[in-house]
Design a protein around this ligand. Structure first.
Ligand SMILES: C[S@@+](CC[C@H](N)C(=O)[O-])C[C@H]1O[C@@H](n2cnc3c(N)ncnc32)[C@H](O)[C@@H]1O
Length: 324
């Protein structure tokens, strides 16, 4: 009897097995299409271009990737668990004559590989976004843009947002840039006239909001003006205690455990020089961007807390950093 059951199972074609397992898994979100005005706002907010690769996770009838292909010539991939939606998406892409630019995959978004995306669009639920959040942070490269219709990501506050009104109904659009993880201890140096100036950085980070201090010449200096967008960041180091020390304005690009950039050394008399610098992160000193133990940092003694606490991050709209 047992043998017969196994024989029966082996006789089921593999493709059908795939369908059974996908269909058995309940959908995480019901199908509700995004209205065209909101699709347009999402694509505008993500500044989608023909150089992007757009993934819509839970693509429905494919309208977001199809519209991006039509308006901007963007390559797109739509992923949906529902075979009916995938069929519809492929028909819609053919009718819109963009099927050479887009692809639709019947798959559970929690099992999909979207690391090549430069833009990800979502119209899921907050609870689903939160399950997806660590996967987004793990898979996506720093600088990847994420845009979501109506549902945010709790403590990962958006870099920007807008509201689209349609017949007295408001639709929120949220926008994030995946930040590089620059947390940890960094040992760096810049060369000045053949002489190296060494320093170290101790960085804490909660999503796109880092805080930190620099040890330079045996002194600890609180970093100010820290801004991080994708893999680019900038900060200023100025000793509050010793006015004779220069103000140091750093810009940098982070790549894994290395970062490099330039530092402008502005002396108290206003004269300034620019030098290149590099730093390496100490092994295993980085922490996850969504580490929940991130707590309010005391900040420099005379200023009180400088760092945003969970749930009280910088106001929306501050996040778009442009470093030439
Ligand atoms: C609210 S609709 C959004 C459709 C489309 N993105 C849009 O904005 O018009 C959510 C879609 O997610 C799909 N979905 C739900 N759970 C999923 C899962 N685990 N993996 C992939 N797709 C899923 C549903 O089939 C549905 O088409």
């Amino acid at each position: 009897m047992k043998h017969r059951l196994w024989l029966f199972l082996f006789m089921i074609p593999a493709s059908l097995c795939g369908q059974i397992s996908l269909q058995e898994r309940p959908f995480d979100v019901p199908y509700v299409p995004t209205k065209p005005e909101v699709v347009a706002a999402m694509l505008r907010m993500a500044q989608v271009t023909k150089n992007d690769v757009l993934y819509d996770l839970g693509c429905g009838d494919g309208r977001i990737v199809i519209t991006a292909a039509q308006l901007y010539g963007t390559r797109g991939i739509g992923i949906d668990i529902d075979p009916e939606r995938i069929r519809e998406s492929r028909e819609n892409a053919a009718a819109a004559k963009v099927d050479h630019l887009v692809k639709f995959i019947e798959q559970d978004l929690f099992e999909s590989d979207f690391h090549e995306a430069s833009v990800v669009s979502l119209y899921l639920l907050t609870s689903v976004n939160l399950r997806l959040r660590p996967i987004l942070l793990r898979q996506l490269r720093p600088g990847t843009r994420i845009v979501s219709h109506n549902y945010a990501m709790d403590t990962w506050k958006p870099d920007d947002s807008t509201v689209v009104m349609i017949n007295d109904q408001s639709h929120s659009v949220y926008f994030w840039v995946v930040p590089a993880n620059i947390s940890g201890i960094w040992k760096g140096a810049w060369a000045d006239g053949g002489q190296a100036t060494d320093f170290s950085l101790k960085m804490e980070q909660h999503f796109q909001w880092p805080t930190g201090t620099m040890i330079l010449g045996g002194k600890e200096i609180w970093l100010s003006g820290i801004r991080l967008s994708g893999d680019r960041f900038e900060f200023t180091a100025k000793s509050e205690e010793d006015a004779s020390l220069p103000r140091l304005v750093f810009t940098a690009r982070a790549s894994g455990d290395e970062m490099k950039g330039s530092v402008e050394i502005i002396r108290p008399d206003g004269r300034s020089t620019r030098r290149s610098w590099k730093a390496k992160r100490e092994l295993r000193s980085a922490k996850a961007l969504d580490a929940e133990e991130w707590e309010e940092s005391p900040g420099p003694p005379h200023l009180g807390s400088l760092s945003p606490t969970i749930g009280s991050c910088p106001p929306l709209g501050l996040g778009r950093l442009r470093i030439p």
